[in-house]
Design a protein around this ligand. Structure first.
Ligand code: C5P
Length: 399
């Protein structure tokens, strides 16, 4: 840590006392610490304690920085190699996620482009609350490193997830981040090309009617965004969805399976292809004009034709990417069916999910990663977390 500087933002929670031990560990390893204490934090640790441990001035008010031009909030954060928010309370993370800047801590967190690491600590119910989980997801999407809290007995007498990790574990995370190279840290997928399909396809019956499915495209879009954040060059071939294009992603809109197949082909070569789209298995022999009720003497015969399997076709093509990932949406025997699909489709990984609940269109997903090596089951989490974890896994594999 020689010479590295940490700006430590201390939020208002009982775990604030552990930040004192963290300061000691950083100082012992040769690093410097500047503390910013929130009003809440000051209820649990005193500026005097922090000043003694850090051997530096402690800042707490936006209004009494001595000289705004020399030592303003911008300057404070600029001097740091890493900003650590510890403990990060539910309230502080909510403000960070919303971009609120109403005290020194939140103002400098909004005004900085230095990497921020948040170490949450709160009551288990606050941690599990949908609002906190949404804010944590937003912060991670914004590039903040949010450490997972520990599970165990809490100061409030309850038991569960939400405890601040031990100071030596937090210190290890800080050291690890400072040790990795700038390029590896921010953009491990720089220079890699990824093709992703997402959403449903829409197969016309006539000019006004079509066959489609309930896919919302959310999981595929989240994956596209997560990969772009890691520096990948992402082409997202999208069926009709009501979603915004993730930042930095090149989106190509299509309607039918045949259009999707052609767009995938045109986007190749790629290092990775992830086929998330719920492609219609069949298309109708579309009528060029609207079919009138009664004109066919009963329901019209749709004359369904099988669509090409884009994933299976890609795995056999000479343009096959190094890493080919398929999805399997199943309502029963999820893992069993997905394993069979891995072989049948010739891909490297199958991400299997149970769509018997409200996964299609919902915000959460619970997936199994099936590879040659076996099955890994992830707990249920927001689709944005599945996307981030998957993007990190892909970056690890390609490294
Ligand atoms: O066979 P099934 O539709 O369950 O396979 C799902 C996987 O195959 C997904 O990755 C999906 O995107 C892909 N797929 C495809 N072309 C099709 C059907 C499925 O690429 N026609």
């Amino acid at each position: 840590m020689n010479g590295k500087r940490i700006l430590l933002v201390i939020g208002g929670g009982i775990a604030a006392y552990k930040s004192c031990e963290l300061i000691r560990l950083i100082r012992k390893a040769g690093g410097g610490v500047t503390c910013v204490l929130t009003d809440g934090g000051a209820q649990f640790v005193t500026p005097m304690t922090l000043a003694a441990l850090s051997e530096a001035e402690v800042y707490s008010s936006l209004w009494d920085l001595k000289n705004e031009t020399e030592m303003g909030h911008i300057q404070l954060s600029r001097e740091a190699d890493l900003i650590v928010v510890c403990p990060a309370t539910a309230d502080l993370m909510a403000k960070m996620a919303a971009g609120i800047a109403d005290d020194l801590a939140t103002t400098l967190l909004l005004a900085t482009d230095t990497q921020v690491m948040a170490v949450p600590a709160m009551n288990v119910r606050m941690w599990d609350h949908a609002a906190t989980q949404r804010n944590v997801g937003q912060l991670r999407d914004d590039g903040v490193i949010v450490l997972d809290p520990d599970e165990g007995p809490m100061a409030c007498g309850e038991f569960g997830e939400g405890r601040l990790p031990e100071p030596d574990a937090i210190f290890a995370e800080i050291e690890h981040w400072l040790a990795s190279s700038t390029k590896d840290r921010a953009h491990p997928l720089a220079g890699k090309r990824v093709v992703i399909t997402a959403g449903p396809t829409r197969e016309p019956i006539d000019p006004v009617r079509y066959i489609a499915n309930r896919s919302s495209g959310r999981q595929g879009y989240a994956i596209a965004g997560a990969l772009a954040r890691l520096g990948a060059n992402v082409s997202l071939i999208s069926g009709p969805v009501a979603l915004e294009t993730p930042r930095g992603v090149n989106r190509i809109d299509v309607e039918t399976a045949l259009e999707m197949e052609a767009a995938v082909d045109a986007a190749l070569p790629a290092d990775v292809a992830i086929l998330v789209a719920a492609v219609a298995d069949w298309r109708a022999e579309a009528s060029p004009r609207k079919i009138k009720k009664g004109e066919t003497g009963g329901p019209p015969d749709l004359n369904l034709i099988e669509n090409p399997d884009i994933l299976a076709g890609l795995s056999r093509s000479d343009k096959r990417p190094e890493l080919l990932i398929g999805f399997a949406a199943e309502t029963d025997k999820v893992v069993g069916h997905a394993k069979a699909k891995l072989d049948r489709k010739g891909c490297d990984w199958i991400i299997a999910n149970d769509v018997s609940g409200d996964v299609m269109g919902g915000a959460d997903n619970s997936v199994h990663i099936i590879t040659e090596a076996g099955v890994e089951s992830w707990e249920q989490m927001p689709k944005s977390d599945v996307a981030r974890k998957l993007a990190e896994r892909i970056a690890d594999v390609l490294a």
